[in-house]
Design a protein around this ligand. Structure first.
Ligand code: NAG
Ligand code: NAG
Ligand code: NAG
Ligand code: NAG
Ligand code: NAG
Ligand code: NAG
Ligand code: NAG
Ligand code: NAG
Ligand code: NAG
Ligand code: NAG
Ligand code: NAG
Ligand code: NAG
Length: 836
């Protein structure tokens, strides 16, 4: 019997090839088959995969480098011969023609020579975590294929590849292909408790198993939806319980309810039936045991087709999932309406309690008198969990560390055709390539079409070139995730060759010029003094700090240039310059009290974020009125991280360090003990507050001895409760006394002799907000209690934002579309004759 069916099947296959056109084939609206990092088309399973760089409707966005690796020799399939390697979060964006579910298929194989085995890969879409911290080091296999069905509800799909800490990520090939709406329902049956699972369309699915019972491997070329079906044998609980059967695939008759897209005829034409059917004691089940992650719920689809019976209604059996009966007395030919007509059952199930397997069984229903049971195909798909993830409980928001918003893009592609090409050489190459690219690439934070990359010949040329130019520092800078790289020529063009008329200021570090980029963006260009050793360290610190930090009240870095031993930082332009110039020493109009408070609050928010927003707290070390800059809307931003230090670790209380900072602002405790804490910034901020109120420099040596230092001078008046005697004359009579009192007290606390007595920036912020509210509602208020920092009667308190930390993340995530109205424009390090 077997041999005849096999012959029939073979003939059928030959005929089938000819007859394939008889079904109207599903034509996906979106059909991206990309082979990453390749320079030529690759054919795999009869499909042509095109290089990711050649597809115009796919774009790539990266803050760092993406490299390319190729290898002919070892790849298990042609599709794995090349890879694109990411050193920082990189996003592929696919234009989507038709909303709805799409297959997202990812291929991974660690090509030799690039340490890809130790790469740690995280892949997220905008909504779902597909892979998290996957590494071949802990994986039992040589290559990885993943398939997801994701409902795309906008006109694009973004796939983000995130390397973990100091690691790299890579991908060999990507498919994004439309799925017919009818394939995956919104509803399915649940067993324990019995009921219905609705809303499946809101979840993503990951294929875990797709089995062709009793049949061979069916690959994408025999499945109109590009699916792969593997043989079931290795999942059989008892080998001998099942016998495979097969018929001519072209005998399968798709009815009205089951289209060929549900599963190909190759799947329905083979099956497993009872191993010892028709023996006297036929009372057993065929059971498949499938290892799964117990923390998830699964969508299970079981395919049936009565290819064995001679007459209708002769195959009646039970279907079980775990130990639950999923379908009793299942008469498949009756349900299908005929023999050789497919049917399927959809279920949603967990693993059985306490187990990490899902088992699916079929067995005869003793009451029906039928002795056989059958199964043709089985699909098991993981349903995304409450964190919208397929791995653990970290959500997209926590994994997608959003790159700095305004940074320009540097994409770099080098070909590492030869297996020897080490990352370091490519890093070297980066300078050269980036320099070339940034000249020609479009400006702005836009998605770029994937650039073409050179072949190994150009790479060799490049590396020689860059070695000659000797920009060794590029290795370290290029390897981290920093803003845009500018060529020295671009900087020259932007600043009109450092024209003295565009000089904005001079500081210890160097000079700051106003500039205009090719696209018209106004920038502030800070050019380091090349001879300053300290400068080099500060330059690096500032780039590193700024690249890590993003906040509405911190300056933003656009990019840098370290060509020709230059140390140039490019910031967005801050139209209204430093706070100091609005206080004294210029003829700018005097700021009203409310605006001064708002500026202080903004700066306090920036500092509070520095102290608490990052994983490790950051101490600014040089808080002063020239480092608080104002944009065109007078929004205050803290600038100049050249001296910043990460704060004490949890188990330490301070950082020991040589005293740096600006006189007049220096925390006396820090000065004495050389121990740096966040409270040193709080002290300096207290000086700033006094300066804002009294509009005089922190140190003014021409004044009588007791007045030279604003901190001492103002404190004596504050202690007498007579701060109004020394405050800015322009404010006289225009400040609510309660607001002034609160402000004075806040500054006084900041200037406490001992750090331990000073408030945190969060407390300072709270008190300043309070002072602002007192000012705003001044007339309506009775004198509030002292220290009533927790409640102000009658004032609807705006809850303190969690210091914009999360807000700016959300912001940034949407930054492509939403140009932030409060665009920051920043420069730093302005004229301060007494600085440092
Ligand atoms: C690669 O495949 C695409 C799409 O199938 C085709 O348009 C293109 O001509 C092919 N290129 C080469 C070099 O074969
Ligand atoms: C891959 O194979 C092609 C042709 O067989 C050859 O020209 C090329 O050098 C090989 N590349 C590598 C990296 O081995
Ligand atoms: C691979 O990693 C090892 C240590 O982790 C390092 O010594 C080696 O240089 C790396 N190789 C490449 C090609 O990056
Ligand atoms: C990522 O995986 C590596 C091992 O592959 C492990 O050492 C590390 O702790 C994991 N990191 C996280 C955040 O899960
Ligand atoms: C890895 O594979 C080997 C052989 O295929 C098997 O014996 C071993 O149990 C597997 N380990 C894990 C953790 O799956
Ligand atoms: C990154 O590294 C730090 C310390 O090395 C660790 O605490 C953190 O969990 C790591 N993050 C990831 C995603 O691996
Ligand atoms: C995709 O999601 C949208 C919006 O939630 C829904 O209307 C649609 O039915 C879903 N499509 C599929 C195929 O699940
Ligand atoms: C079917 O079973 C026979 C013997 O039981 C085996 O030789 C054959 O390879 C099986 N066919 C498939 C497709 O598994
Ligand atoms: C798939 O189709 C090809 C021809 O398109 C055929 O040669 C092959 O045997 C088929 N494979 C299976 C498993 O049906
Ligand atoms: C089932 O088949 C596998 C693979 O052929 C074999 O290794 C295993 O020993 C068999 N188990 C039993 C119980 O026959
Ligand atoms: C078949 O499996 C189900 C579920 O595990 C079980 O309840 C039933 O007793 C089994 N039937 C036989 C005959 O073993
Ligand atoms: C399931 O989740 C628990 C905690 O939520 C975790 O300890 C366990 O490792 C997870 N199991 C798997 C297989 O991931």
């Amino acid at each position: 019997m077997l041999s005849t069916t096999n012959i029939v099947m073979w003939v059928g296959m030959v005929l089938g090839i000819l007859g394939q056109g008889s079904y109207s084939l599903y034509a996906p609206a979106d059909n991206y088959l990309l082979v990453c990092g390749s320079s030529q088309n690759v054919t795999f399973n009869d499909h042509t995969y095109v290089p990711d760089s050649l597809k115009s409707s796919v774009s790539l966005k990266s803050q760092g480098n993406s490299l390319v690796a190729t290898s002919n020799s070892t790849a298990p399939f042609p599709i794995y011969q090349s890879a694109r390697i990411f050193t920082s979060t990189t996003s592929y964006k696919f234009a989507i023609e038709e909303e709805g579910r799409h297959w997202v298929r990812l291929y991974f194989y660690p090509l030799p020579g690039h340490n890809l085995t130790s790469a740690s890969i995280t892949v997220v879409t905008e909504n779902f975590v597909l892979l998290h911290n996957f590494s071949f080091e802990t994986f039992n296999g040589t290559y990885l294929f993943k398939e997801y069905a994701i409902n795309v509800t906008s006109d694009n799909l973004v796939l983000n590849f995130i390397p973990s800490n100091n690691s790299i990520a890579f991908v060999n090939a990507i498919e994004v292909v439309s799925v017919p709406d009818s394939l995956i329902p919104d509803q399915a049956v649940t067993l324990s408790p019995p009921g219905h699972f609705t809303g499946l369309s809101g979840f993503a699915l990951e294929t875990v198993y797709r089995l062709n019972m009793g049949g061979p491997l069916v690959t994408a070329q025999n499945d109109t939806l590009g699916r792969t079906w593997e043989n079931d044998f290795k999942y059989l609980h008892v080998n001998s319980s099942a016998t495979n059967v097969s018929v001519n695939p072209w005998n399968i008759k798709y009815g009205a309810s089951v289209a060929p897209e549900i599963a190909p005829n190759w799947v329905y034409s083979t099956a497993e039936t009872m191993g010892d059917a028709k023996v006297v004691d036929a009372n057993f089940n065929i059971t498949w045991v499938l290892p799964v992650d117990p923390n998830f719920t699964y969508f299970v689809r079981v395919h049936f087709c009565d290819i064995v019976s001679k007459s209708m209604n002769s195959l009646v059996f039970n279907l079980y999932i775990n130990t639950d009966i999923a379908s009793g007395n299942l008469d498949i030919s009756n349900q299908a309406g005929n023999l050789d007509v497919p049917v399927y059952k959809d279920l949603v199930s967990n693993t059985s309690a306490g187990s990490d397997t899902l088992s699916v069984s079929v067995g005869p229903d003793t009451s029906s008198g039928s002795m056989d049971a059958i199964m043709n195909g089985l699909e098991i798909m993981k349903i995304s969990n409450e964190a919208r993830s397929f791995v653990g409980l970290s959500a997209v928001e926590t994994l997608l560390v959003v790159p700095p918003k305004k940074n320009k893009i540097g994409i770099i592609i080098g070909s590492a055709g030869g297996a020897v090409a080490a990352l370091a050489i490519i890093g070297l190459c980066y300078c050269c390539l980036a320099a070339r690219r940034s000249k020609s690439s479009p400006q702005g934070n836009t998605w770029l079409p994937l650039p073409l990359y050179g072949n190994s010949l150009t790479m060799t040329k490049m590396s020689t070139l860059s070695q000659k130019s000797g920009t060794a520092s590029c290795i370290s800078l290029a390897s981290s995730n920093l803003g845009r790289f500018f060529t020295f020529q671009e900087i020259m063009d932007a600043t009109n060759k450092f024209d003295e008329s565009s000089l904005l200021g001079v500081g210890g570090f160097g000079r700051v010029y106003k500039g205009t980029l090719e696209d018209g963006t106004r920038v502030a260009v800070k050019r380091g003094n090349p001879r300053s050793e300290q400068g080099l360290a500060e330059f690096r610190t500032e780039i590193e700090m700024l690249s890590k930090l993003r906040h509405r009240h911190l300056v933003s870095l656009i990019g840098y240039c370290d060509e020709r031993s230059e140390m140039i930082l490019v910031y967005e332009y801050m139209a209204n310059g430093p706070l100091r110039s609005h206080l004294y020493g210029t003829d700018l109009p005097s700021l009203p009290w409310k605006q001064r408070l708002e500026i202080c609050i903004g700066a306090a928010k920036g500092l509070h974020y520095l102290h608490t927003g990052a994983a490790q707290s950051i101490i600014h070390r040089d808080v002063k009125t020239t480092n608080i800059l104002l944009d065109e809307n007078y929004v205050a931003k803290v600038a100049d991280f050249g001296l910043s230090k990460t704060g004490p670790a949890l188990d330490q209380t301070h950082v020991s360090t040589a005293v740096k900072g600006s006189f007049g602002y220096l925390d006396p405790e820090y000065f004495r003990r050389q121990q740096l804490t966040e409270k040193s910034d709080v002290y300096s901020f207290g000086v700033v507050l006094m300066e804002v109120l009294c509009t005089r420099p922190a140190l003014n040596p021409v004044l009588p001895r007791e007045q030279v230092n604003i901190a001492e001078w103002a404190m004596t008046w504050q202690k007498k409760g007579m701060l109004d005697q020394i405050m800015d004359k322009n404010l006289a009579g225009k400040v609510n006394p309660a607001s002034l009192k609160k402000f004075g007290e806040t500054a006084e606390k900041c200037l406490a002799e001992h750090g331990i007595d000073r408030p945190s920036m969060g407390d300072v912020l709270w008190n300043l907000e309070y002072a602002l509210q007192l000012e705003e509602t001044s007339s309506a208020l009775t004198e509030p209690d002292d220290n009533s920092t927790n409640h102000i009667p009658g004032i609807p308190l705006t809850p303190l934002e969690p210091f914009d930390n999360s807000v700016s993340m959300i912001d940034v995530a949407n930054s492509d579309d939403a140009e932030d109205a409060a665009t920051s424009a920043v420069f730093s390090q302005l004229v301060n004759p007494r600085g440092r």
